[in-house]
Design a protein around this ligand. Structure first.
Ligand SMILES: *Cc1c(COP(=O)(O)O)cnc(C)c1O
Length: 407
């Protein structure tokens, strides 16, 4: 018989979202008429904008003509799109040949593991987006699981006490550091000084940062960096992974990119970018050309106007929720809302509550689904994540119900 990849046995059960769905189903079965509203998901809800959808429709239509047809393109992505991303998102920081177009950030986070193999040390923020650790577990880099997580992983608690920026001194030299800002789930967006600390640490200690900036388009505070490459030295120690998913509602369309600077080197002095190019040309065959046409439209003048309005819509939802969650009934119970206006997620602490208990209470009494913070890591205990991805009328109705909650 063929041996199973031992990484799979080490994988912790994908517990969080299936358990949320199960509790929702059970509640609905008991209360068939209840209109449950979800503030729990990280999936976009509003339609594609007209200029961008139109560009994809025209491209698809042209594919049906002899003149407009094209087959395989460059695995690294259309040159025009790579240039557009370099000039619009990373002006004077990154060149087009350092941008690699993909089918999404999650897929790149998975593929990136092939660059480093199973011996690399890993550090992650706690709480964190689950793919960083689970992807490492599958390739055998995270080690066996124990009660306190995987043995090969250094968990970096991010809590209200440290303003959601971790103590970097815990990171072992020569580690891969997964870092997400604006953060899912905490919504925390690192300042320039914080990211400078991170980059300086990585350079001094031989680390590579995998910087997930999938929510960069939500940053409204002009003083906050929108890419790791705004920090001097980052080109020598950081890969950035990014996506059109939250920027333009492409969660279903599928389009992302990664930046691997030419300056980034492995321990033996060889080029990381060269190996990444090999990964993308060998294990990947290019993003959909229709999606790339949409990406191009999203970054032109009209597209930028549209995506800004789209993201503003979700940010407005977040403000509405923030107002409700800082209302009297919550404030009197000591509930603290962590939200700076630069992310789709509100990270809310319910002192004295376990995450799953307050999740159940809000489901029972408000018929509102949230996400238990403890599902993203031990430091998320007693928090809930409220997502601003929702239709306005649903968010408003959820807020009406929440404002009546007795804690
Ligand atoms: C949604 C999300 C992504 C985007 O993933 P895609 O595969 O591009 O849809 C990446 N990272 C984080 C933290 C996310 O929440």
């Amino acid at each position: 018989m063929v041996e199973r990849n031992s990484g799979f046995a080490n994988l912790a059960q994908g517990y969080l979202f299936p358990e949320v769905a199960k509790r929702r189903r059970e509640y609905q079965a008991k209360h068939p008429d209840a209109k449950i509203i979800s503030l729990g998901v990280g999936n976009t809800t509003e339609p594609l904008t007209p200029h961008i959808a139109g560009a994809m429709a025209s491209y698809a239509k042209a594919l049906g003509t002899a003149k407009g047809y094209s087959g395989y393109g460059d695995e690294q992505g259309m040159t025009e799109l790579r240039e557009k991303i370099a000039s619009v998102v990373y002006p004077k920081m990154v060149s087009a040949d350092e941008v690699f177009i993909s089918d999404g950030a999650k897929c790149d986070i998975a593929r990136i593991q092939t660059l480093f193999g199973s011996k690399v040390k890993i550090a992650v923020q706690d709480p964190a987006y689950p793919v960083y650790v689970d992807g490492s577990v599958i390739v055998g880099a995270a080690g066996a699981s124990s009660k306190s997580g995987h043995r090969g992983v250094t968990y970096l608690p991010c809590t209200a006490e440290n303003n959601f920026f971790p103590d970097l001194t815990k990171i072992k030299p020569n580690s891969l550091i997964y870092f997400c800002s604006p953060n899912n789930p905490t919504g925390a967006t690192s300042t320039r000084a914080e990211l400078k600390k991170l980059v300086d640490f990585a350079r001094k200690n031989g680390c590579i940062i995998i910087f997930d900036s999938a929510y960069y388009s939500f940053i409204r505070n002009k003083n906050l960096p929108r890419t790791i490459y705004e920090i001097p030295g980052a080109r020598k120690c950081a890969i950035e992974i990014n996506s059109f998913s939250k920027l333009a509602g492409f969660t279903g369309v599928r389009l992302g990119w990664s930046v691997v600077p030419s300056d980034l080197k492995f321990a033996d002095g060889s080029s990381v970018k060269q190996d990444w190019n090999r990964v993308m040309t060998t294990l990947f065959n290019g993003a959909s050309n229709i999606a790339q046409a949409g990406g191009l439209a999203a970054l032109d003048k009209e597209g930028q106007k549209e995506t800004k309005a789209l993201v503003d819509f979700y940010l407005e939802n977040a403000k509405i929720m923030q107002k409700t969650l800082t209302g009297k009934n919550f404030a009197n119970a000591g509930v603290k809302v962590y939200y700076t206006g630069d992310s789709p997620y509100l990270w809310v602490k319910f002192p004295g509550w376990k995450s799953w208990d307050i999740f159940d209470k809000i489901l029972d009494e408000c018929r509102v689904v949230t996400t238990p913070g403890s599902g993203f890591g031990p430091s998320g205990e007693s928090y809930l994540r409220f997502s601003s991805f929702g239709h306005r009328k649903d968010v408003e109705e959820a807020c009406r119900r929440l404002s009546k909650l007795v804690l």
